[in-house]
Design a protein around this ligand. Structure first.
Ligand SMILES: C[S@@+](CC[C@H](N)C(=O)[O-])C[C@H]1O[C@@H](n2cnc3c(N)ncnc32)[C@H](O)[C@@H]1O
Length: 438
């Protein structure tokens, strides 16, 4: 239990999704909460029969339905990435973005609380927000996971242009990173960032391939590492004052005979040790992620517009480069990635291209039929040449199931809406298939 907690109106009540966009407060002892929501498969498979699942519905309902009816989460979730509506008070195209603050906080808390028991011991939870709620969200996450679970708050440069009408041009989002087992343990299993191999060159046509170099010196005075080195141009060098050579003379002679020492300035410079790509350790990630490496919202919009030129795209899709970095750091191939606010499906698209399993939930039927479903179909069919496709050499492959979880309160999607989604599903048996409840 965190030492400092946040209070909000109706904190002790439950909050359920109602209809397509609303929420309602519910008494926590209500019988409604005991009934698991229905799970209606739209592809003729079982939700637990495939590695990947696109679920249409509210995230909390979907989690409750999946855990009640299937074993989908049994292997544990390695990464949760969520990019919920930021609560900006703006009517963002395609989804409303103005809940009252109490509802927004309960909405976040309840989803994190339900996810928590399904996390693997080396899992991490990444919550993508802007300044509207990030300060509150951090206290909510402290309360759910404990403040010892905080790892970092990553600043992502979401735009490069200046918003000149505002007091400040807001060019960043914040991604809160928590590891429920604590940063120290998580550090042992997370991946380092790949070094930029562009800096490797092959200046001497070394048959072992391109290399970079580092000074052949070490800090401090070590008697065994003080000796004379003769450069190819004939100069005799000793270590700079207060330093030693990087290795003893015997090791130096071996490295020299193996062609692993480089003398710059045409053979007159101080010795440097050659480092080949296989010897390069990755980099510990910075907490500031620039757009040149992780893309911008506009890059993500361009990706969607290239795939779906006929639709106007909502303002805040995330670029594949950003998700590639998050998924690379926090998972390995085969791990399960969960996103409860799927939008256009960036998380699932990247997870698929990187060989991870995924669960993606999206509440808006319109977003699913315009973007999420056709995008993920393009990905598995090798018809999405954008985003990280080229970088990863992705050519398509794999499959996913689609399910609908009707809300426990309010109106479900109409038969017409359901059939619209079903008719888009490419599956040999889809033609004669109707959504059935389990
Ligand atoms: C900021 S967008 C996510 C964008 C996404 N990361 C992408 O790259 O396209 C938030 C999404 O969450 C969806 N959403 C809002 N409330 C939801 C809920 N309770 N359950 C599931 N999805 C929800 C919205 O319809 C919207 O598409």
């Amino acid at each position: 239990m965190a030492e400092v907690t946040l209070e909000w109106k109706n904190k002790r009540l439950a909050l359920l999704a109602s209809g397509a966009t609303a929420y309602e407060w519910i008494d926590p002892s209500s019988k409604l909460l005991e009934q698991p929501p229905q799970l209606m498969m739209m592809t003729p498979g079982q939700a637990c029969g495939s590695s990947n699942l696109l679920a249409v519905g509210d995230g909390l309902d979907v989690l409750a339905a999946i855990t009640s009816h299937t074993s989908f989460l049994e292997g544990g979730i390695r990464l949760v990435y969520i990019d919920p509506p930021f609560n900006t008070n703006a009517d963002v195209r395609c989804y409303g973005d103005s809940l009252n603050r109490s509802m927004w906080l309960s909405m976040l808390r309840d989803r994190l609380t339900l996810l928590k028991p399904h996390l693997t011991s080396d899992a991490s939870v990444w919550v993508h927000l802007d300044d509207s709620e990030v300060h509150h969200a951090r206290l909510v996450m402290d309360e759910v996971f404990g403040d010892g679970a905080f790892v970092a708050s990553v600043i992502w440069q979401k735009r490069t242009t200046r918003e000149s009408r505002s007091a400040f041009s807001n060019n960043h989002d914040t991604i809160l990173v928590y590891a429920p087992n604590g940063a120290k343990k998580w550090k042992l299993s997370r991946n380092l960032i790949k070094k930029d191999y562009a800096e490797l060159k092959n200046r001497d046509n070394d048959p072992r391939g391109p290399w970079t170099d580092a000074p052949f010196t070490a800090p401090g005075f070590r008697a065994a590492q003080q000796y004379e080195i003769k450069t190819p141009s004939g100069e005799v060098l000793t270590p700079p004052r207060g330093r030693s050579w990087y290795a003893t003379e015997i090791t130096y002679r071996r490295l020299l005979s193996e062609g692993k020492i480089w003398f710059p300035k045409g053979g007159a410079g101080s010795p440097r040790i050659k480092i080949f790509s296989s010897q390069l350790r990755g980099l510990v990630p910075f907490t500031i992620w620039g757009s040149s490496e992780t893309g911008t919202n506009d890059d993500a919009k361009r990706h969607l517009l290239s795939l779906f030129p006929e639709f106007s795209v909502f303002d805040t899709p995330k670029p594949e480069e950003l998700l590639e970095r998050i998924i690379h750091i926090s998972t390995n191939p085969g791990d399960l990635v969960v996103d409860l606010f799927g939008g256009s499906g960036t998380t699932a698209s990247v997870a698929q291209k990187m060989g991870r399993r995924w669960l993606l939930v999206e509440r808006s039927e319109r977003t699913v039929s315009q973007f999420t479903l056709p995008r993920l179909q393009a990905v598995v069919n090798g018809l999405d040449p954008f985003g990280i496709t080229e970088q990863l050499g992705w050519v398509g492959g794999g499959k996913f199931e689609v399910t609908y979880v009707p809300p426990r309160l309010g109106k479900s999607l109409s038969q017409k809406q359901l059939h619209k989604i079903i008719s888009m599903i490419e599956h040999p048996k889809t033609k004669n298939f109707l959504a059935t409840a389990v």
